[in-house]
Design a protein around this ligand. Sequence first.
Ligand SMILES: Cc1ncc(COP(=O)(O)O)c(C=O)c1O
Length: 496
Amino acid sequence: MTFPESKDFSYFFSQETKSRRPSPLKTCIHHFSNPNLIFLGGGLPLSDYFPWDNLSAESPLPPFSKGIGAPPTGSKDDTLNVAVKKNEKTGNDIPLARALQYGYTHGQPELLDFLRGHTTEIHDMKYSDWDLIASIGNTNSWESTLRIFCDRGDVVLAEEYSFSSSLAACEAQGVITIPVPVDAFGIVPEKLEELLDNWTPGAPKPKLLYTIPTGQNPTGTSLSSERKEAIYRVAQKHDFLIVEDEPYYFLQVGNYIEDLKKREQVYSAPRPTHEEFKKSLVKSFLSCDTDGRVLRLDSFSKILGPGTRLGWITGSKKLLKAYVSLHEVTIQCPSGFTQVLVAGTLHRWGQSGYLDWLIGLRHEYVSKRDHTIDSLAKYLPKTEVFTVVPPVAGMFFTITIDASAHPQFKSKYNSDPAQVENAIYEKVVSRGVLVVPGGWFRTLGQTNPPLPDKSDKSKANEIFFRGTYAAVAPEKLEEGLKRLSNALKEEFGLTN
Ligand SMILES: Cc1ncc(COP(=O)(O)O)c(C=O)c1O
């Protein structure tokens, strides 16, 4: 089937992007690999002077039958060797001499080839001129996105609680963030539409929707395929781009099963096949995109390791061009060592081995999520004051609290939920556990002239805390949740 080209959204570009010319030095770099041309054109050090002759690493071997946390023993049954030479091109490896040199702002071709293959396995691309480029992770990809599209005073929509670093990047660039109402399942499409339908005349319209659709940080919510389709239609109607920041996409752990017998049946079922796994994944915004108005930010941080500082951006070639021009004068490219090791490992695992890894990783997070929710059910006081909605993806759980139920809500805290939030925070830390107040993640912003206040007054006394089950071993996790529950009991004067 042939698909049409993406639409041209270059009218969304910032002044900075519109004034950027391709770096002239980068326009001749491709001649460097031409053996018939003597390249005297750039400050490229001779690769003979790179002190590394080869690079090798051991990783576990697909299908990771002992679990993805089992370290490789060195035996050929469970250990894969990645060994890459400086000057030899073998298979899909990236020779070190090339990886450690300047050039390839898009990313090394071998890495991009793997990621393109992965994209066609996972997403249902609906226009012809899509592509992807390497990034140094989603923090950088979002900061680049802001610079590419936004000027000071421009507007970005974001979930009403969102990743604080992403909001801070907006603030520093003078970009206004407008909160979009959410419920326990993420953005509510009808409320998003209502917000835009009632946009104040004369106020700048949003250029971007920034969303963390899966295992949202901090609320832990996940958008369904149906909601994504509906949100996409709103984006078409009101003409803005969607940026999906998806570091947790593959941590889709499914519904929490309370009944231990039923759960055991699910746990002991055979691992899903690759086809079953792919089918179980929620549809991405990328897969809804017929226009080329979605930019997807992926990262290896939660899949392979945050220190890889490696990710990728997928979207239309027309928009990706602007990222390449920006990266030519900012990051240049992700680290060559990282690209060599990650591409070397992934190509040896193959697409199928990588799916095995993702399936294994998801399996780990299912038990972490279940252990967390079980422990909260065991230790949290049985009262409507505290609500926990088991997350279906990601690394985060939240405890929503009715601040007005605090015995000193009026007398000590002046009926101010933020003061109760602060008191709880201090109490939990003093009791030896750290969870973070939801207030730290609030999306705050206002246009000029202002938008009508659509905040849900019935939730005015609601506060929440975000915790993660990713960071510690099971025994410590349970101890932490017990301390948290005891601290809340103490703070609210509860005994059960
Ligand atoms: C929503 C979101 N985006 C981005 C990041 C950072 O990702 P990276 O390590 O790829 O920069 C995080 C990590 O905590 C996150 O939660």
